[in-house]
Ligand binder design. Structure first.
Ligand code: SIN
Length: 529
């Protein structure tokens, strides 16, 4: 079946939903999401949104903290407008019903959190459940809009493209989408297609991300011929709960913002050896320091100690973390929390201009799937929800200008061709390959890299990719197969980008090239040939 819509938004996190709310004022909006509508990376965000809202703070300081964290690769113009456009975007969220935690002393002002790399408190939060609160409010708002239809349990397979006479992609016409429950592939034809598919943490064995984070948007955009940037910059969150039964539960950086101190298992502190901001140093520094200490001691984790804060404070400020840790027998008011790094955020993604447009016409991207130039080589904590809001607004501004003059394309789109594909009787192949890629990325393309490890990863991923391609065209597509194909593409792009950057900078640390070099003070751009 062919669906027709003005806006096809793929993904239902903060980026997609905030754009949908605005786009609904112009025309029809279809939101495609591969799980239930509120399952997104946004939903798991604990920290919050960095924005200058306090009189004693300044744009200059927020800009400066972002630039320092970004290791010389942030686009200064982007940092400037994102930081300055933050207050109106936050105000809009509040008007849509998001309830940020207010200060106990003065309920008129926000209780601002502090996180790594920030020189002061500026993170708006809803206790430690900020993402969940944002998703709640945005979904309520979207539900009140007649023009928006949400397609749950629908996964995009590939973008539909129009090519010129030379076979070059000139335009995006929409996407092929699998209705997972009905097992039918539909065509969604759209004036504008927006990728807001979130991150790709599932490329790694250990990640703070939910299962949906399989890099679908980056993989689809790459296959379509769009430019992909800076995929070597994978942010490892320093403090993921280390417990055999806890599935990568994040211990927010805000815990360190409220005084949490990193310690070795024997109780000794160590961050003073690595940075003057100690436990609140930028994330790349803290993750690398923990990795070094763990390798040195042979322990599997370090400790995060917040036991000097009183129980009432901890229960009120971190209700989610407090309860979750208790479930695992850790009383954070008494016991230091065992933590270890985990893949958390991809600073690279689909390259976009200042208005979220990709290198393909009518194809836009916002949120973690995109690479805007804001994060450079290392994202400042809590700048990502902000980036999603600013860019979804900018996409709206751009489209609003041309919307009335743009017609829905009438080019014939062939329905999805399953070829001779049959039902697979060997799904163990998918499970094994999935596992192998994630282990390979964790072991060879982690916090500290080397040429040898990267080359080893490249050889293995090439092999797996060949196998998947054969499998892909011989068997009927399923959600698992689509996701496996996507994580393999993303893994390949990460390794390729790591090999191109022959230096160490921000989140990319290669022991064979320990120096930071002027000649690499530029983005890594990859395009399908
Ligand atoms: C956290 O709460 O530590 C995560 C916030 C972020 O990734 O920006």
């Amino acid at each position: 079946m062919e669906f027709r819509t003005d806006f096809l938004i793929i993904g239902s996190g903060i980026a997609g939903l905030s754009l949908a709310i605005k786009a609904a004022g112009l025309g029809s909006v279809a939101i495609v999401t591969k799980k239930e509508k509120s399952e997104s990376n946004t939903n798991y965000a604990q920290g919050g949104i960095a924005a200058v809202t306090d009189k004693t703070d300044s744009f200059e300081e927020h800009i400066n903290d972002t630039l320092i964290c970004g290791g010389g690769l942030c686009h200064k113009d982007v940092v400037d407008f994102v930081v300055k456009e933050a207050p109106p975007r936050v105000k809009e969220l509040v008007e849509w019903g998001v309830e940020f935690t207010t200060s106990e002393d003065s309920p008129q002002s926000y209780d601002l959190g502090r996180e790594g790399g920030h020189s002061r408190r500026r993170v708006l939060h809803a206790k430690d459940l900020t993402g969940r609160e944002i998703e709640r409010a945005l979904h309520e708002k979207v539900a009140s809009l007649k023009n928006v239809t949400i397609y749950e349990n629908h996964i995009s397979i590939d973008l539909v493209l129009a090519n010129d006479a030379q076979g070059r992609t000139i335009n995006c016409l929409g996407a092929y989408v699998l209705d997972i429950d009905a097992d039918i592939i539909h065509t969604f034809r759209a004036k504008y297609t927006i990728l807001s598919t979130g991150g790709a943490g599932k490329v790694y064995l250990i990640t703070t991300n939910p299962d949906i984070a399989t890099g679908d948007g980056v993989a689809m955009a790459y296959r379509a011929g769009a430019q992909i940037a800076n995929m070597e910059f994978i942010q490892f969150h320093p403090t993921c709960l280390f417990h055999p039964a806890a599935k990568s539960f994040l211990i927010s950086e805000a815990v360190r913002g409220e005084g949490g101190i990193l310690k070795l298992k024997n109780g000794a502190t160590f961050m003073e050896k690595y940075h003057q901001m100690q436990s609140l140093a930028p994330r790349d520094v803290v993750a690398k320091a923990i990795d070094t200490e763990i390798k040195k001691s042979g322990d599997e984790y370090v400790l995060l100690d917040i036991t000097h804060r009183d129980r009432d404070f901890l229960q009120n400020r971190f209700p989610n973390i407090y309860e979750k840790c208790l479930e695992f027998g850790i009383d954070i008011a008494v016991d230091p929390i065992p933590v270890a790094p985990a893949a958390h955020y991809i600073c690279g993604g689909v390259a976009v201009d200042h208005f979220g447009k990709t290198s393909i016409d009518n194809l836009f991207a916002c949120g973690e799937v995109s690479c805007t130039g804001l994060h450079g080589a290392n994202r400042l904590a809590s700048n990502s929800l902000l980036e999603a809001l600013v860019y979804s607004h900018r996409i709206f501004i751009k489209i609003n200008k041309s919307f009335r003059q743009t017609e829905l394309s009438t080019i014939a789109i062939p329905p999805w061709d399953p070829g001779g594909a049959v039902e697979s009787d060997d799904s163990i192949v998918v499970t094994n390959n999935w596992d192998e890629i994630r282990r390979c990325m964790w072991n060879y393309v982690g916090i500290v890299r080397s040429n040898k490890r990267l080359e080893r990863a490249q050889r293995r991923i090439d092999l797996i990719q060949k196998e998947i391609n054969e499998y892909y065209w011989n068997y009927k597509v399923t959600k698992d197969l689509i996701e496996l194909r996507n994580i393999t593409t993303v893994a390949k792009l990460i390794v390729q980008s790591c090999l191109l950057r022959k230096e160490s900078r921000g989140l990319h640390h290669n022991i064979d090239y320990p120096e930071t070099l002027k000649e690499f003070e530029k983005d890594t751009i990859i395009e399908k040939v």
